[in-house]
Ligand binder design. Structure first.
Ligand code: SF4
Ligand code: SF4
Length: 258
């Protein structure tokens, strides 16, 4: 009986060895696809959608599109972004919030692209830069806005032509007794609100997805109470869901204030 087991194991071992060697010999003759990195640095073609590192594009006048709204910071699930702003006085005496520093910690980034999708201005994007290794983690903390840069001014919409005299007076009520038509919203404000609504909707979706994931994780943890890893994962998922719910609530609050 013992001999039978011994020979069965031996045959099984030889069979598995032949299978492995078969793969090795087959790969000896297949075309090679290994990239000769770093020799091929210049010819290396990186796919367009490769997520290398977060950048803030600037135009030739050292202007970017960031308005310092902080949405990317609120949306980032890993706290990889810090938006530092300051209040300044404009030429016409109004207060305006501007971006001081857009700090990105690549060491914390998981390349999910939530920030770029949430940005209402399209001010940040992923560049296909892949040589990001450094010896000091602190070197992964980058300021994305360039020194001396500023937010590009949007071209002001042309002033509408002056209405004819009778039309200038708002009617107290329509002849049929209906309330007068509401004052039209300025296109820029309309645009901003629409973007904020889209970002709020996205935040709601993210919060709902995180909540569902947390519920799943909780169920899995309850099914195996002895599994510490499942319990930790459930706790983490719940914390993330709570955070995203707060983000979504903040959006709704901002939207209500607009
Ligand atoms: S890609 Fe994801 S993790 Fe990285 S900064 Fe953007 S939101 Fe944060
Ligand atoms: S969401 Fe866009 S505009 Fe707002 S702070 Fe972030 S990068 Fe700037």
């Amino acid at each position: 009986m013992a001999n039978k087991t011994y020979f069965a194991g031996l045959v099984g071992g030889i069979k598995s060895l032949c299978t492995g060697l078969g793969v090795t010999f087959r790969e000896l003759w297949t075309p090679k696809v290994t990239e000769r990195y770093p020799e091929n640095r210049k010819e290396n073609i990186i796919p367009e959608r490769f997520r290398g590192t977060l950048v803030m594009p600037h135009n030739e006048n050292n202007e970017h599109k960031c308005i310092g709204c902080g949405i990317c910071q609120m949306q980032c699930p890993n706290d990889s972004i810090e938006v530092v702003t300051e209040m300044v006085e404009t030429e016409d005496g109004k207060k305006k919030k501007i971006l001081k520093q857009h700090i990105y910690d690549q060491g914390k980034c998981m390349y999910c692209m939530i920030c770029t999708r949430a940005c209402p201005q399209g001010a940040i994007e992923f560049a296909p830069e892949y040589e990001c290794a450094v010896f000091d983690r602190q070197a992964l903390v980058k300021t994305l806005n360039q020194p001396g840069s500023k937010c590009a001014e949007k071209p002001k919409p042309a002033k509408p032509a002056a209405p004819a005299a009778p039309a200038a007076k708002p009617a107290a009520a329509e002849p049929n007794g209906a309330a007068p038509a509401a004052t039209p919203v300025a296109p820029a404000a309309d645009d901003k609100k629409a973007k904020m609504e889209a970002a709020a909707k996205k935040a709601e979706e993210n919060a709902a997805a995180a909540k569902a994931a947390a519920e799943e994780a909780l169920k899995a943890a309850e099914a195996a109470p002895e599994d510490a890893a499942l319990k930790a994962a459930a706790e983490e998922a719940q914390a993330k869901a709570a955070k995203l719910a707060t983000v979504a609530a903040n959006f709704q609050k901002k939207l209500a204030e607009m």
